[in-house]
Write a protein that binds this ligand. Structure first.
Ligand code: ADP
Length: 554
């Protein structure tokens, strides 16, 4: 049987997870939105939606025109004279200035056809009256029964005892669209049947009924308001492109959507268009805005992702630094402990007879425990600083004494390590208010680094001097030095230069960040001057007259 080697599943790097989980869906969303917008543009989806909306408005307009015609004519029908009172027709016309003609027919040759008396002086109008009177008489003689049946059918259908017929009537050289209402007048009976009616002429329809109905249907008809495009409607005759009547905002041009009227005003056509623009323009503008919004959103998303990416990367870098720190620190703890144990056990076994050796072993044990203490102190200080609980106790101090004493306990060790040690401490330095332990720890950290990061040329210089209102403490070595681009980073917590020379040296990456914190708490500045291969100089600058500053920053 062949055994396949089991491949362990490797966790993908977090940045890859970030790219897959956040960037890919975001990019897919943008691409899908662009494709969708393109499809809307190509298939003229928005135009179709607007056209559908316009068709609906036209249907509503037709309904409103019909309702209004029924309202007006229904009222007139109620006041129409009795079949036996043709002499009342003039009176009826006087009470209804919107009506042009009114008539009662009681049998062939018995037609009372009256037109507006005040216009009868106009020859064209008079001719129209005569023509209609004789034509209607002839027409009714043939079709009166059928027409009466239509009136009855309308009454049975919706209680409306009249119906409309539209005719094109010549008046002089004009061809007018006139709307006739037919009814059975009161007093008509089977023995003496009568048919009656009245007419609205084109002038009334176009100046009154149509514009009113159209404006009622369209909302927001304020021509001064340019915040959104207005819709405008018109009504025209089938064979004439000029509008018979139009709504308030109609600004000419051809309608973009039309609807043929079938009902009361058959033969007319309703049209609609946006004011001052076209449906295609509206659609283009919409897609342009949508593209712009999408672009802006993508930009924001991109910026957000860059920020998130940078944040994730820096968190990852910090996590790596922390894990390096843990391994470094454990190593640093283990080595001195092992040494202490080894030398203590050797001494315990009493195998060493040589007094000099004894002394040497004790020294090693002391030095290693000091290393341990300083490491643990660094870690404790660091955690206090991180938790914001670090406290300083500032006391008037002779800094020259403090520096001298701190270095004294190390002088021997430093010189034993083969270092040339130079100490220059100026006299007559003013006393400073400092936290002695913290300043001593800062100095030791710098001295330790100088020792740790020196290779062939072993030199350590410590200088303390006054410069104007500042006191400078310099620690100089001729060690491996620090590249310029690393010189800012070395003060960050956990940071260690990625040089193999540094990695062969034990360290936690905490020392300089601690020193900087301490110096800043004293109102001072920590600086570095260094060149790779040439050595480094760390300078702590403390202000002289600064007791208040120190207290505030503490
Ligand atoms: P550690 O020494 O424990 O690594 P520090 O915070 O004291 O941490 O120092 C940070 C880094 O700065 C060191 O890892 C080293 O790379 C660099 N460094 C500090 N002091 C010196 C020095 N005197 N010479 C060269 N490099 C130094």
């Amino acid at each position: 049987m062949v055994k396949l080697p089991l491949r362990p599943w490797r966790k993908p790097p977090p940045i890859l997870v970030f790219m897959l989980a956040v960037m890919l869906p975001a990019a897919a969303l943008v691409v899908a939105s662009v494709a969708y917008l393109r499809h809307m543009q190509r298939d003229k989806v928005i135009e179709a939606v607007i056209q559908r909306d316009y068709q609906q408005t036209l249907a509503i307009a037709e309904k409103r025109i019909t309702e209004r015609a029924f309202e007006v004519s229904g009222k007139a029908v109620k006041q129409f004279p009795n079949a036996g009172q043709p002499d009342q027709l003039d009176n009826f016309l006087a009470n209804h200035p919107d009506i042009t003609h009114a008539f009662i027919w009681t049998g062939k040759g018995q037609m009372a056809f009256r037109s507006r008396p005040e216009r009868m002086a106009e020859p064209d109008f008079q001719a129209e009256n005569k023509k209609l009177a004789s034509e209607f008489d002839a027409w009714f003689a043939i079709e009166s029964e059928e027409m009466m049946a239509k009136v009855k059918a309308a009454a049975a259908a919706d209680g409306r005892n009249f119906y409309f017929i539209n005719e094109t009537v010549p008046r002089g050289d004009r061809l007018l669209y006139e709307s006739f209402v037919f009814l059975i007048p009161r007093g008509s009976n089977p023995e003496h049947p009568a048919l009656a009616g009245f007419a609205y002429d084109e002038d009334y329809l176009k100046s009154d009924l149509f514009p009113q109905a159209l404006n009622e249907v369209l909302p927001y008809q304020n021509p001064g308001d340019t915040s959104h495009p207005h819709q405008a409607m018109m009504i025209r005759k089938a064979k004439d492109d000029h509008p018979l009547a139009a709504s308030m905002c109609w600004d000419g041009g051809a309608p973009e959507v039309e609807r043929r009227i079938d009902g009361v005003f058959s033969g007319l056509i309703l049209g609609i268009r946006p004011e001052g623009t076209t449906i295609a323009d509206i659609s283009n503008r919409w897609t342009r805005i949508a593209f712009m919004i999408l672009g802006a959103l993508s930009l924001l998303m991109g910026v957000g992702m860059i920020l998130a990416y940078r944040n994730v990367s820096s968190e990852l870098a910090l996590a790596k630094l922390k894990s390096d720190f843990v391994s470094n620190v454990s190593h640093e703890l283990r080595t001195p402990l092992a040494l202490i144990r080894l030398y203590a056990e050797t001494l315990e076994l009493g195998r060493i007879s040589n007094a000099g050796k004894h002394q040497q072993y004790y020294e090693i044990i002391r030095k290693e425990s000091e290393r341990l203490t300083s490491l643990i102190n660094n870690i404790l200080d660091f955690s206090r600083i991180e938790a914001g609980k670090k406290e300083y106790s500032f006391r008037e101090t002779d800094v020259a004494d403090l520096v001298r004493n701190t270095l004294e306990s190390y002088r021997f060790e430093i010189e034993q390590n083969g270092f040339q040690f130079e100490q220059k401490i100026d006299n007559d330095l003013p006393p400073l208010r400092v936290d002695r332990e913290a300043i001593a720890r800062s100095l030791l950290n710098l001295v330790n680094n100088a020792v740790k990061y020196s290779a062939a040329e072993k030199y350590l210089g410590v200088h303390l001097y006054r410069r104007n209102d500042k006191v400078n403490l310099e620690v100089v070595d001729h060690g491996i030095g620090i590249p310029v681009k690393e010189q800012v980073k070395i003060f960050e917590k956990f940071y260690r230069v990625g040089d193999p020379l540094v990695h062969n040296t034990k360290g936690s990456g905490l020392g300089l960040s601690l020193v900087r914190h301490i110096v800043q708490a004293h109102g001072g500045v920590l600086a570095v001057e260094s060149a790779p291969g040439r050595g480094s100089k760390f300078i702590i600058t403390l202000p002289v007259q600064n007791s208040e500053v120190q207290q505030a920053s503490a």
